[in-house]
Design a binder for this molecule. Sequence first.
Ligand SMILES: Nc1ncnc2c1ncn2[C@@H]1O[C@H](COP(=O)(O)OP(=O)(O)OP(=O)(O)O)[C@@H](O)[C@H]1O
Ligand SMILES: [Mg+2]
Length: 241
Amino acid sequence: MAAVISASQLSKYFGDVKAVDEVSLDVEEGSLFGLLGPNGSGKTTMIRVLTGQVKPTAGRASVLGIDVVAHPVKVRENIGIIPEQETPPSFLTAEEYLAFVGKVRKIAGVKEKADWWFEFLEFSEKRDVLCKDLSRGTRQKLMFAQAFLHHPPLALIDEPLINFDPVMQKTVKEYLKEYVRDGGTIFISTHILEIAEEICSDVAIIHHGRLVHTGPVTAILSRQRHLADFFLDAVGKGSHA
Ligand SMILES: Nc1ncnc2c1ncn2[C@@H]1O[C@H](COP(=O)(O)OP(=O)(O)OP(=O)(O)O)[C@@H](O)[C@H]1O
Ligand SMILES: [Mg+2]
């Protein structure tokens, strides 16, 4: 299996803060890869570096075989992203936003694709509402739709499930599982360890910017009852730590 994400000794420092500190990892094609770590451990920074939004201080990374420093725009053209903070532009309606994304990404049949997403994530009645007037969860549905509208081979999604109700979490979990069954690759950061345990094939744990674990979820679960116990031990907060 080919690595669709490959990071080598990747670092990003903000002054004295080592947000990402010499992280090396490979993400294989077809995996649902979870990036776990406490608040401020470097997950969002890692995703921003891998998506070419910030330059690393040191090290190298390639995404779909494209160097993220040399060709950041090309990387972003070829992947889907749900950033942690970004919300859709307040002055567009939900439908206008997806049409805009379709235009930028040169997606054919964007109207039908947008219709499918409105229906699938159950927010058709919000299509003509300005993004600024959408609820937080509905804005997140829209961010989800924009990331997958062009059916990218790889999507990097930063805590995409936190604002969803349990019904929507189930819908999205099933979607992600099917996405990787169909050959796509997902790189997801999340604090919801039950979800990571349920859907991820592999996980990495970072702590203070350092990679403290990477490997298949099955290997963890064969030793420990739950991913949460393993996570707490890995970051020095568990009963075995
Ligand atoms: N633009 C920035 N300027 C300065 N420091 C930053 C910047 N972005 C992130 N940091 C710092 O880098 C560290 C890692 O932050 P990051 O947002 O990557 O963590 P995270 O793991 O995503 O946290 P959370 O779980 O809270 O989302 C933190 O100490 C943060 O304050
Ligand atoms: Mg974050």
